[in-house]
Design a protein around this ligand. Structure first.
Ligand SMILES: [Zn+2]
Length: 446
């Protein structure tokens, strides 16, 4: 009969959790290994690199399985459990729990500085800037009956499917273009409370148009709201409209024609979003070429769900000017070289990557540390703040806490975010921010 005292059973449970985590990582790596394109310069070295990682994980799994049956060696257990294993439940959002542990006295001043620091954010989805209260306000305005408890449940999603359900529910709750007044108000509050002076915000119009909203009216409303906000001294907001991988090339092209026809000054470009595994970059080559020829800026989500080749294709085929996420790029040293040489900014979304658990399951393992150290341009963003219950200030704090970025390095990444933006005034914006930052650092002694 094994000892069934609570501490031992807790440890056994931890071992089992570790094994499950290794199994998930193995499944992910094998999935990507099977997707490595044939016959390209990077194919063989990548396959070898994947095989090596798969073997390392298999060895780790064997040692864990041995632990499970033998009397666990304390030292080995401590070593294993120093790793904070993410489980599939990481996708869960517990809004009652504080996002960050209580700061120490020393951290308090630094965190106050990070909050006050004038910032830019360039990877942010408008639909994900809608809080539960704003959603409730929208439902009331549109006379859609709802129960408070149902909204609570929606925002406390527990898995990827529930997360998607919430996202779609939010989009479907936008019934008329003037609902964007409420949405924009929420966005502005979020930006102002994080001292964000300049933002580039994604909007995915495909489903909204399917739902019967008029594209031109959406574009005009958003354009006016951004202009008004700027005139009132609020943050400078620009939009990048999504040409989704999910809905196919024809729909992407239609969205592009609509953007061009709308001629809204604050809609400055397109972004490739949606399901990365469903729509390879090369299919959108012509859409991107036309967008660039028409003077629009072009970015792409890549390397979030698929391997490094997806990032390479976005850069080489689409000529994407920035890459959203790019987490899997770490697998391919020659790709990192390319990103560095071309100085293609990476839109880092730390919390989002941990939530979706693709490629990176804990903050301290996020490739941003290596990207930055190797000289890649790293910009800091939230992706989906209201949905993931995170703010841009939190992102900087996490980088400080978990990845050892110094205050000067964080300021430098903020600078990279400003100068990677598409604002014509980016140099001026950074100059102003930089002067304020210098003054804040002196006053706050950080
Ligand atoms: Zn995104």
């Amino acid at each position: 009969m094994p000892d069934s005292s609570p501490s031992v059973s807790v440890k056994l449970q931890q071992v089992l959790d570790q094994i499950r985590a290794v199994d998930r990582d193995l499944a992910d790596l094998r999935r990507l290994r099977a997707r490595v394109p044939e016959g390209r310069a990077f194919s063989e070295p990548l396959q070898v690199a994947f095989d090596k990682q798969i073997n390392e994980l298999l060895n780790r799994k064997i040692s864990l399985e041995e632990l499970e049956i033998e009397d666990p060696d304390q030292e080995l257990l401590d070593q294993l459990f120093a790793v904070d294993v993410a489980t599939s439940s990481r996708i869960r959002v517990d809004r009652a729990k504080p996002v960050l542990a209580t700061p120490t006295a020393q951290e308090e001043q630094i965190f106050a500085f990070l909050k006050a620091m004038p910032k830019a954010e360039i990877h942010l989805h408008m639909e994900a800037c809608i809080s539960k209260d704003t959603l409730a306000g929208m439902l009331e305005k549109n006379q859609v009956p709802y129960k408070e408890a149902d909204l609570d449940k929606l925002y406390n999603f527990k898995n990827l499917q529930e997360f998607i359900t919430l996202f779609l529910f939010i989009i479907d709750s936008i019934k008329t273009p003037d609902d964007f007044e409420l949405v924009f108000k929420n966005l502005r509050e979020y930006l102002e409370s994080n001292s964000v002076r300049y933002a580039e915000v994604f909007l995915a119009p495909s489903r909204m148009v399917q739902n019967g909203l008029d594209f031109n009216e959406i574009a005009r409303t958003l354009d006016d709201l951004a202009t008004r906000c700027r005139r009132e001294g609020g943050p400078d907001v620009k939009y990048l409209f999504d040409v989704s991988r999910t809905f196919g090339v024809e729909n992407a092209s239609k969205n592009l024609q609509r953007i061009l026809a709308a001629r809204a000054d604050n809609i400055i470009g397109i972004g490739l979003g949606g399901a990365e595994l469903m729509g390879p970059a090369r299919e959108f080559k012509d859409v991107f070429a036309q967008a660039r020829a028409e003077g629009l800026r072009a970015v792409a989500h890549a390397g979030e769900d698929d391997g490094p080749w997806s990032v390479r294709d976005a850069v080489e085929i689409l000529k994407a000017e920035r890459i959203g996420h790019g987490t899997s790029a770490i697998q391919d040293p020659s790709l990192l070289e390319l990103l560095k040489e071309k100085q293609i900014p990476i839109e880092i979304c730390l919390t989002s990557n941990i939530f979706t658990g693709k490629y990176v399951r804990q903050e301290k393992d996020h490739p941003v540390r290596r990207y930055y150290d190797e000289g890649l341009v790293c910009t800091i963003n939230t992706d989906d703040p209201e949905i993931f219950n995170v703010t841009l200030t939190d992102e900087y704090i996490k980088l400080y806490r978990h990845l050892g970025f110094s205050v000067s390095e964080l300021v430098d990444m903020n600078r990279q975010t400003f100068i990677s933006s598409f604002s014509n005034d980016r140099a001026k914006l950074w100059k102003q921010a930089s002067a304020e930052i210098a003054q804040l650092r002196e006053e706050m002694q950080v």
